[in-house]
Design a protein around this ligand. Structure first.
Ligand code: NSS
Length: 442
């Protein structure tokens, strides 16, 4: 290894993505073998380094004999350090080629379990730690990184303060059916957070506009292509916001994310064979808005009968989201199917001042939000109606005792957005290590 380090310092250490600015120069690349091929006295290595793929060419006589011999030891995914001169070559993957002057294997890989042939998804998920190395999975992870950064920039630029809400909590936020329980030493039970919202409401009363971004946990007992047991959610909360302002903020965020991904991750969308056309349309906005009752009528016209008062399931969301070429905001669901904290619509108190955003192309719900109950007595009644223990919620009730104001916010599920933007069939590929009903490994 010390030998390698000495070598590396002699030439300019660079990455495959940056090869274009080093044409004609001798540089060093560090990476892994993606593909090997021989033809006469020439050896080809397609190398990957996390920033791209590049072809390296070894010609007998132009590299030390020992290095040429070492080519024969290489296997798929072996790690190596290459020195060579950069050449522009329109036919080469990435547009540049490395004419190798030195090849130093770092580690010769054992037989790699993921072959270029088709594997079943179960096998790939069992090897998720290696599957991440494939160009497709790398592209998804880069899109995810862009989405996360776009969320932070969007809120930061608009004066929202990042608040880190707790993971271990004494109460439920989104119903008690899917809580992950754990023991909190001798204080009894604690639950893994389903949402940072309640804590965010407290912070909004301190700072005005706040957001949180972190993992959330829901023991989802059904297997669907939209549900994870652990997913990442970005949530916003603002004092003095009514439902209308919540909808504007959520639409702005989604359009901002789309534009950033189109602007910076075009090459990754191409790797994923994701047509950017529908994303351009969606990103242009404005997003249509329909009420729950209008959504019911639209579903009925497609032969889907949902009794008034029931929430939409995956099938209904798929059908609704296919009716529009951009995300649709469905607002004012019946209170009976929504969370305890939602403010009633003064025009029709059977309804909640809430909104779900459904992504197009059949992807379904990506955002859920609402205006929150501001009045203490109303909230006390809700807590009782939903059979929630009031003691652990005393602090939350306090927010309605000391300078209560109308307020609201929303949560956006990162994996659902990434799945839609990348055109994935299932959210399991949108997170590095998915936690599913039947999977906790690796
Ligand atoms: O349950 S939500 O609709 N709403 C909340 O949790 C609110 N407390 C957010 C808020 O107002 N601060 O979840 C929000 C989003 C939802 O639209 C999905 O995009 C995502 O979180 N979500 C999920 N993604 C993946 N897997 C699962 N299980 C999941 N559940 C929700």
């Amino acid at each position: 290894m010390t030998e390698n380090r000495k070598q590396k310092t002699e030439n300019h250490l660079t990455t495959i993505a940056a090869l274009g600015s080093h044409v004609g120069q001798v540089v060093t690349l560090q990476g892994w073998v993606y593909h090997l091929r021989s033809s006469g006295k020439v050896r080809f290595i397609v190398v990957r380094d996390g920033t791209g793929l590049a072809q390296a060419v070894l010609v007998k006589g132009r590299v030390p004999e020992e290095d040429f011999e070492n080519f024969g030891r290489l296997t798929l995914e072996s790690s190596l350090i290459l020195d060579g001169q950069v050449r522009a070559d329109a036919r080469a993957p990435g547009g540049y080629e490395l004419e190798v002057t030195r090849l130093q294997p770092v580690h010769i890989a054992q037989e790699y379990p993921i072959a270029p042939k088709e594997h079943g998804v179960g096998f790939l998920l069992d090897h998720r730690h290696l599957w991440l190395r494939s160009p497709r999975q790398q592209a998804i992870l880069r899109v995810r990184d862009e989405v996360s950064r776009a969320c932070r920039d969007y809120f930061h630029d608009r004066g929202f303060v990042l608040i880190d809400t707790p993971i271990l909590t004494p109460t439920a936020c989104e119903g008690t059916t899917n809580l992950f329980e754990t023991n909190y030493l001798d204080r009894g039970k604690a639950y893994l957070s389903q949402s940072g919202q309640l804590y965010l409401e407290a912070a909004a009363m301190a700072l005005g506009k706040v957001y949180c971004f972190g993992p959330t946990f829901r023991a989802e007992k059904s297997k669907t292509r939209r549900h994870l047991m652990e997913f990442w959610m970005v949530e916003a909360e603002a004092a003095f916001y009514a439902l209308g302002e919540v909808m504007v903020l959520a639409e702005g965020l989604v359009r901002f994310i789309i534009q950033r991904v189109l602007e910076h991750r075009g090459a990754d969308l191409e790797t994923l064979e994701r047509d950017p056309g529908p994303l351009k349309t969606a990103g242009a906005g404005p997003f249509p808005r329909i009420s729950y009752s209008e959504a019911l009528q639209r579903l009925q016209s497609q032969g889907l009968e949902v009794p008034w008062g029931e929430d939409f399931g995956g099938d209904e969301e798929t059908v609704l989201s296919r009716m529009f070429d951009r995300p649709v905001l469905v607002h004012r669901y019946p209170r009976s199917c929504k969370a305890f904290y939602m403010e009633a619509d003064p025009e029709d108190p059977r309804l909640a001042l809430c909104v779900d955003m459904l992504a197009p192309e059949g992807y379904g719900e990506i955002v859920g939000g609402s205006q929150r109950v501001a009045d203490l007595d109303v909230l006390l009644n809700r807590v009782a109606e939903h059979h929630l223990p009031p003691e652990p919620l005393e602090w939350y009730l306090d927010l309605r005792r000391y300078g209560s104001v109308p307020h609201g916010g929303f949560g956006l599920g990162i994996e659902r957005v990434v799945a839609w933007l990348c055109g994935l069939h299932h959210v399991r590929e949108a997170i590095p290590f998915p936690r599913l009903l039947d999977r906790l490994y690796p």
